[in-house]
Design a protein around this ligand. Sequence first.
Ligand SMILES: [Zn+2]
Ligand SMILES: [Zn+2]
Length: 347
Amino acid sequence: MRALVFEAYAGPLEVHDVWDPAPAPDGVVVRVEATGVCRSDWHAWQGHDPDVRLPHVPGHELAGTVAAVGRDVRRWREGDRVTVPFVCACGRCALCAAGEHQVCPHQTQPGFTHWGSFAELVALDAADVNLVRLPDGLPSATAASLGCRFATAYRAVVQVGRVRPGEWVAVHGCGGVGLSAVQVAVAAGARVVAVDVSPGALELARSFGAEVGVDARAVGAVGGTADAVVEATRGGAAVSLDALGSPGTCEASVRSLRPRGRHVQVGLLPPGAGRAVVPMERVIALELEVLGSHGMAAHAYDGMLGLVAAGRLRPDLLVTRELALADAAQALRDVGRQPGIAVVTAF
Ligand SMILES: [Zn+2]
Ligand SMILES: [Zn+2]
């Protein structure tokens, strides 16, 4: 198969012919029809993820068709159209039994723990636990984001952030996951302040219903941004997300909250990029909650898919570019430079 390979961290990204993957006994191989270019792929390439071994094929935000099925798989057949949460749970441990697949200690992740979906084929483990059937008529380019950024945003806003109608939600960083969070929060009846350094990203956020756009470059990072959010929301947001993952956006998010507010960390914060300083004196004085959100379990997809089918969530509007596999290398190098989600749809 053809795949995008790197042999050194931050080294060349090249499309090569490599061996086809075979399914594990409980797994499947999926023929990839679409795979999103996500900042986590960039982290994998840069060597920020200790799971990644060289040479490596990145890619974890995918949709496609089941092409081969392991002997122990019960629920899936060749030809089924699927997506998959980037966290593939084991389905057998105590946390999985409790439904907390997204933090399964035995998880695998395509594009991190093994080769991923910037390729014609990708192997996925524990298929009966992790695959999500795609509704007919949902294009693969749209469905790919349901594997990572859109689902991550949905869980962060609805399940972890517990947003209620009328509450103010601040979204720090309006890349793919941040714009998804804006959409989800608006659909949940929240009022949204979007924060970014890119006018194009803020414009998209406004088109998804954000009432206020804060240009972090104009008001100044951390303190300036937090003050702007507190002013726009007349006292601070009830829920604030760091949807980028940087020490600055994390701190600005916590400082954006009103008393009893909830900070949700969504963007990855690999320690190599610097550790976030969380102002714990505010956490205690304002009784804030500091929460993490890590993908979403396959069994939790139904509510989100229902809202997509009803047209109340529009992940299709996030896809601003469709690329060929040969263009993926440049897209990874440029991650975050253009608003919206880039998806590889030609292999
Ligand atoms: Zn497990
Ligand atoms: Zn991702």
